[in-house]
Design a protein around this ligand. Structure first.
Ligand code: GRF
Length: 216
């Protein structure tokens, strides 16, 4: 499989972006980050990408009258940079069906819940309100419905009795930083196939033991 040429889309701090850049740099993922694109000038992740010597670009949604115009500009920037695979990493804009379709099965996202539970915003608050005992994160191919699409990989973490949104977010984020490079590696190695609405990965069989919370 040809080496992936990545475009990473961010809107904020970019810690998942950093995890992906590190994994590519250290040879854990056979892919090259061609472009980091942000829709916000003040995205913290831009500075890190620049320090890492990666091309960055800002396409502000405010400069466009509609979503279609914005998405066309995104698409142009990605293609101009030679990108052939897109990783959404905290990118806070809804994408149009046309854009999503043109990157079908070549665009993944990370979401901080065990999808299909708790898609959308305020994920951790809603998980705590629901009283779930396990939380986690999901890497999935992008489809039109928010945070939907074939699931590549998931990580589960316990919710602790005294968790608040911040403490849960920290635990899930640490899992995200492991999961996103792993999912991308499986894809880069050609080990993930999308069949209908499911993604199947050729990967080692995981441990069969359950993560219990509370523990027995
Ligand atoms: C992460 O929790 C990610 O799952 C979600 O947005 C957050 C982005 O964080 N989509 P960062 O910018 O990668 O630090």
């Amino acid at each position: 499989m040809a080496r992936l040429k990545l475009g990473i889309l961010i809107s904020g701090r970019g810690s998942n972006m950093q995890a992906l850049i590190a994994a590519c740099r250290e040879g854990r993922v056979d892919a090259e980050v061609r472009l980091v694109l942000s829709n916000r000038v003040d995205a913290g992740g831009l500075a890190h990408a620049k320090t890492a010597g990666i091309a960055t670009c800002i396409v502000s949604h405010r400069d466009f009258a509609d979503r279609a115009g914005f998405d066309a500009a995104l698409d142009q920037a990605l293609r101009r940079a030679g990108v052939d695979f897109v990783c959404l990493a905290g990118f806070m804009r809804l994408l149009t069906p046309g854009f999503i379709e043109s990157w079908r099965d070549r665009m993944i996202n990370i979401h901080p819940s065990l999808l299909p539970a708790f898609p959308g915003l305020d994920t951790h608050r809603r998980a705590l309100e629901a009283g779930v005992k396990l939380a986690g994160c999901t890497v999935h191919f992008v489809r039109f419905e928010t945070d939907s699409g074939p699931i590549v990989a998931q990580a589960a973490v316990p919710v602790l009795a005294d968790d608040d949104e911040a403490s849960l977010a920290v635990r899930v984020l640490a899992a995200e930083h492991r999961l996103y490079p792993l999912a991308l590696r499986l894809i880069a190695e050609g080990r993930v196939q999308v069949a209908g609405e499911r993604a199947l990965a050729k990967a080692p069989t995981p441990p069969q033991s359950a993560l219990l919370n509370p523990p027995d």
